[in-house]
Design a binder for this molecule. Structure first.
Ligand code: FA5
Length: 339
């Protein structure tokens, strides 16, 4: 039994087989247990001898089984390790990290620029009260200029803001002018019932800017806008101001930048004008100051609202604003800042 058992153990090549042998030889129904059970029929003289003999066989087999099991387990681990070896010299596969959207990149650049000039950044809500989006900006309910910005209404008094200008009124109301001028920018999304085309989207972005204090002039406005244009485009593209109309500024201007596509010669994108409109601005209307609790005889200043979508088109030569909103990763990853 011992010899056959040891041979069986020795020749087995897997752990299941070892287990079978253990059950067969050492288990409750196995020959050793059987022999030990039969001891009560033996004489007192024979009993210790046979007992010792059976125990020796059991111990030998147990040792052989355990050492074979350890050997097979080790072999299994070794095989697994060999299979899973990592070649650290192989190039890794790159993990895609994502990046800010190209329009957010433009906004971040502008925010950095203005923070550097001492402006505070105020982020408003996209769902706004009619009161702040229009009335506080000198646009009472029946004012014809409301048609300039076709509006998505949520209720008669609540709307999707059509511009970031409501932040002008909100910030003026909060500001303590005895502590110095208000200098703020407010970036964010705005909504209009515009028909989508190459340069118009029903949802786009604006960055509002406002400076209110003492002795602020239109020259300050022009200088500020030039700094913005130079920051984004260098000195190549030109800026031009055109007289315009906004109910909340007087005088009002619109600023255009040379068309990126035809460089001023005229093409379908700029409707043959050579220019693309990027922002509206002006000197804050006395009514707007008054409504926000600011004395127009003491304080004044300028405001502007620019379109980072249009800036992004100009900067990167994107011909259709809708490309920014279709979330095509192949398009968006072209503007990866990490290169
Ligand atoms: C305004 O929204 C004014 N609130 C700007 C302003 C602020 C004037 C402060 C005076 C003082 P306007 O509707 O022109 O103005 O829009 C401003 C800019 O937003 C435009 O110059 C343009 O760059 C961008 N814009 C307007 N409509 C769209 C549109 N549908 N899609 C993409 N960009 C647009």
């Amino acid at each position: 039994l011992r010899q056959q058992g040891l041979k069986d153990v020795d020749s087995s090549q897997d752990l299941d087989r070892i287990n079978d042998i253990r059950v067969k030889l050492l288990g409750k129904k196995g020959p050793i247990k059987e022999a030990l059970r039969g001891m009560r029929d033996l004489s007192a003289e024979e009993r210790p001898k046979i007992g010792q003999f059976a125990n020796e066989i059991r111990d030998d087999l147990t040792r052989a089984i355990e050492s074979k099991r350890a050997e097979l387990e080790q072999a299994k681990i070794n095989a697994q390790l060999a299979k899973e070896t990592i070649d650290v010299t192989l190039p890794g596969s790159a993990v895609s990290q994502g990046q800010p959207h190209v329009i957010q990149q433009i906004i971040d650049q502008l925010v950095d620029l203005f923070i550097g000039m001492g402006y505070e950044v105020a982020v408003g809500d996209e769902v706004e009260e009619d009161h702040y989006n229009f009335e506080m900006l000198n646009l009472p309910k029946d004012h014809p200029a409301r048609d300039m910005q076709d509006t998505f209404y949520v209720t008669p008094e609540v709307l999707m803001r059509t511009q970031t200008s409501p932040m002008q009124a909100r910030m003026m109301e909060k500001h303590d002018f005895s502590k110095g001028p208000l200098k703020m920018i407010s970036p964010g999304k705005v909504y209009r019932r515009d028909t989508d085309d190459a340069t118009h989207s029903h949802q786009f972005h604006q960055v509002e800017g406002m400076v209110i204090g003492k002795h602020i002039t239109m020259t300050d406005l022009k200088g500020t806008l030039e700094v913005v244009a130079q920051e984004l485009f260098g000195d190549e593209l030109k800026v031009r101001l055109r007289p315009s109309y906004f109910p909340f500024t007087e005088p009002s201007v619109e600023a255009d930048i040379t068309c990126f596509n035809c460089l001023g010669k005229g093409c379908s994108i700029c409707k043959n004008t050579g220019w693309i409109e990027v922002l509206g601005a002006g000197m804050t209307h006395p009514n707007v100051l008054r409504m926000a609790g600011v004395d127009p005889d003491v304080y004044g200043g300028f405001a502007f609202g620019l379109g980072p979508d249009r800036f992004a088109m100009l900067k990167y030569g994107v011909e259709d604003i809708r490309d920014f909103y279709q979330n095509d990763v192949r398009f968006l990853t072209q503007f990866d800042q990490k290169g």
